[in-house]
Design a protein around this ligand. Structure first.
Ligand code: SF4
Length: 734
């Protein structure tokens, strides 16, 4: 460990610790000691303190012993002198942890004073909900890691280059701090790469956290929550938490511009978590491996090589898509929108006839790579014009089955959105596309939709798709016969799926994708119960197994049925026992109360028993308000994840709520007493259909939401007033 680095890190730690102490004293003068403090929408108090020290800090005075511990026990009293020739590693690492905790305290107090986030154009703290929402992308490899970019690049071009290189690799980028008052966020705003809405940045993988170095804590206390949420580690088990971040969270820092003491100290904090730092200035390097997987602190003076160097030093596994089209193609561009002012032309939606249809053909009926455009190209349009758009994709493959057609067709939306400067919404005959001026000027034309689609389909589904051809119709008369055919096929598909039940198949599919984060978690996916993240249904599991027979989705023959009501089968039990590292002995697919499925952390909703012991409420992760249980989603979620079975609590996918198998062991749908309005409205069509099936057509109106009450007592009054069926059902508890 370099003495110069250690000296700077210790000085930086003293700087932030001193500022935290001063701010604490100021807050104590202005507020009561029992003044509540904390970050918005987290169940993990001050997450770094909670994870590493195990303390639940929720009131101002509780910071006192933490600051005292930092000052007296953790922070090295002074930098090593120029004449001291001893190993410095311990001092630097202690200075790093001191910095992380002091930055957390400092920024939390700034939240109390209303000076954080810096302003509405910076994101500030990252909520638990965002952590859970992105969890699935982190586990399935769509987002292989994150980069904390600190400072500013020497030019706007280089800033754009660095961020585009990260986007191409689908790496989430946090923009932090400044160099001499200038930030990468300013540079990207000036180049129209981002807008000044920081929340919109999640869709394009670029999120500005804050203009000062201390904002790095938002990235780091987001990462450490992964150890608790997905890893199931206990608070205070600092070693397990830090081992977890080093082994499973592929993050790194990029330092742009001069590195001052605070940046060195923050970097030392990141290194404790296993995150190396790559700088563009001639800093002393720390190359022996040990704390991080590979090197810790590396200089790379060529800005165009910074990202590849960082990838190599952190050991991130990334896939770069190479498709011959005039714009970059990556998942990081998926959420990008094209505003009207930036649009060259649009197709579908309310502007023209549009549809997209994928179907399988025999091998000799498909000419692989053939992309045909029938009708005029977008060159023929005036800027701002609209064109009909029919996309017909024909695929052939030895392992291809008609069952997989809807899965591949669903990916048309995702894959087309991967092209930078292209916006796509909807599916089937409700699609809507926009081509940006930038994409048009770069040379993007109709045939490139086909190129992108074919390239990504062959890359992501190589075992299913051996050949693919695409025809794009912009001539309305020519497309209509195919639209009629597609509508007939869509109806047949819907009818077939609606007929599938758990009893109609002998095989379920497992999913262990989340084990990279929650090592004991196993999802069992059946036709009537999809994975709790909502992203994988039974057909997805089947297709994924065909694509990768040794992958995370394995067929599980049900075998002997041990309990048809609770949904328990001998072979499923054996499978779950083995794959959960022998942590889960039994599993009931349809029960909330007895041996329920484990939860990994990225569930769409939580189902939980209410204090009356007869009814349940459901909360979706987007809902941040209060609930009749007296806890918001984030607090509830913290008691469920980590791959544990928690009777009375269940992580579920939205679609499962309206399945006939939804907690059917306990009476199913009529148990639901409360759910947020947005969730209820989002599933209303299916909810009504299921209620009709049960002969209770007015049941949806009996489910309360936050506009009726968020109090338990109010809910009971409501249930009595509407004669809610759960009131007369058998108690769930005792
Ligand atoms: S199906 Fe289950 S294990 Fe698979 S990604 Fe979703 S939550 Fe994770």
């Amino acid at each position: 460990m370099s003495r110069i680095v250690t000296q700077a890190a210790v000085r930086g730690a003293h700087d932030i610790l001193g500022r935290a102490e001063v701010l604490y004293r100021q807050c104590m003068e202005e507020h009561e000691g029992r003044q509540p403090i904390g970050f918005p929408e987290t169940a993990y108090y001050l997450p770094m303190i909670y994870s590493l020290l195990g303390k639940e800090v929720s009131e101002l005075h509780q910071l006192e012993p933490v600051l005292e511990y930092l000052r007296k026990d953790l922070c090295p009293p002074e930098p090593p002198s120029d004449r001291l020739w001893l190993p410095y590693l311990e001092n630097a690492l202690d200075a790093g942890v001191t910095t992380l905790i002091a930055q957390e305290i400092y920024n939390c107090l700034r939240y109390l004073l209303g000076t954080e986030p810096h302003d509405s154009t910076w994101h500030g703290f990252i909520s638990d909900t965002i952590l859970r929402t992105l969890g699935i992308q982190l586990v399935d490899g769509r987002m292989p890691g994150f980069a904390a970019v600190v400072g500013a690049a020497p030019s706007n071009d280089l800033a754009v280059h660095i961020v585009r290189e990260l986007q191409k690799r689908n790496i989430l980028t946090f923009l932090i701090g400044n160099h001499e008052g200038r930030t990468v966020r300013d540079q990207l705003l000036e180049e129209n790469v981002i807008t000044d809405d920081p929340k919109a940045g999640w869709d394009i993988y670029i999120v500005p956290l804050g203009p000062d170095t201390d904002s790095i804590i938002y990235a780091l206390n987001w990462a450490i929550r992964g150890a608790l949420t997905f890893g199931g580690h206990r608070r205070g088990d600092w070693k397990a938490c830090l081992d977890y971040t080093r082994a499973r969270i592929f993050a790194f820092g990029l330092g742009l511009g001069s590195i001052d003491d605070l940046k060195y100290a923050s970097g030392a904090g990141a290194i404790n978590m296993g995150f190396p730092v790559i700088c563009d200035t001639p800093i002393p390097e720390i190359r022996p491996t040990g704390v991080c997987t590979y090197e810790e602190l590396v200089r790379e003076l060529d800005h165009r090589k910074m990202v590849p160097t960082a990838i190599e030093v952190r050991g991130v596994k990334v896939k770069v898509t190479d498709i011959d089209v005039p714009v970059p193609v990556a998942a990081a561009f998926e959420g990008e929108t094209v505003r009207k002012a930036d649009m060259y032309c649009q197709m579908g939606g309310k502007y023209s006839t549009g549809f997209e249809y994928l179907h399988m053909r025999e091998m000799d009926e498909v000419e692989d790579g053939k992309i045909e455009v029938v009708g005029p190209d977008i060159d023929a349009l005036e800027e701002g014009g609209a064109l009909p758009f029919g996309l017909v994709a024909e695929v052939a493959g030895r392992k291809m089955q008609t069952d997989f057609e809807p899965i591949l067709e669903r990916h048309v939306h995702t894959f087309i959105n991967h092209a930078m400067g292209i916006f796509h919404m909807g599916q089937r005959d409700m699609n809507w596309l926009r081509v940006s001026k930038n994409a048009y000027n770069a040379g993007f034309r109709l045939r490139h939709f086909g190129e992108v689609l074919r390239g990504l389909m062959m890359e992501d589904f190589p075992a299913l798709v051996d050949k693919m051809q695409v025809t794009i119709y912009s001539d309305e008369a020519a497309m209509l016969p195919f639209l009629a055919e597609a509508r007939k096929v869509w109806k047949e598909r819907d009818d077939r799926l609606a007929d599938m039940t758990d009893e109609s198949v002998d095989i379920f599919y497992s999913c262990t994708l989340c084990q990279s984060y929650a090592p004991n978690h196993v999802c069992i996916i059946s036709p009537q119960r999809l994975g709790l993240c909502g992203a994988y249904n039974w057909l997805d599991g089947k297709a994924a197994y065909e694509i990768d027979p040794n992958g995370p989705n394995q067929p599980v023959a049900k075998g002997q049925c041990l309990d048809p009501v609770k949904g328990q089968w001998r072979n499923v039990n054996d499978f779950v026992y083995n794959k959960s590292n022998r942590a889960v002995e039994r599993f009931n697919a349809y029960s909330l109360m007895e041996d329920p499925m484990t939860s990994c952390g990225c569930f769409e909703c939580i189902v939980t028993v209410l204090p009356d012991g007869q009814s349940v409420m459901i909360v979706n992760r987007e809902y941040a308000g209060e609930t009749p249980l007296g806890m918001p989603f984030s607090t509830l979620a913290s008691s469920v994840g980590g791959g544990h079975q928690t009777p009375g609590f269940l992580g579920v996918g939205r679609l499962y709520i309206t399945s006939p198998k939804f907690i059917s062991a306990e009476g199913g749908l009529p148990r639901i007493a409360w759910m947020p309005k947005e969730l209820k409205e989002g599933i209303m069509e299916r909810l009504q259909a299921r209620a009709d099936e049960l002969g209770m057509p007015d049941f949806p109106s009996k489910i309360a939401d936050e506009t009726i009450t968020t109090e338990f007592e109010g809910l009971m009054n409501h249930m009595m007033a509407v004669e809610h069926p759960a009131l007369t059902m058998t108690p769930l508890i005792g």
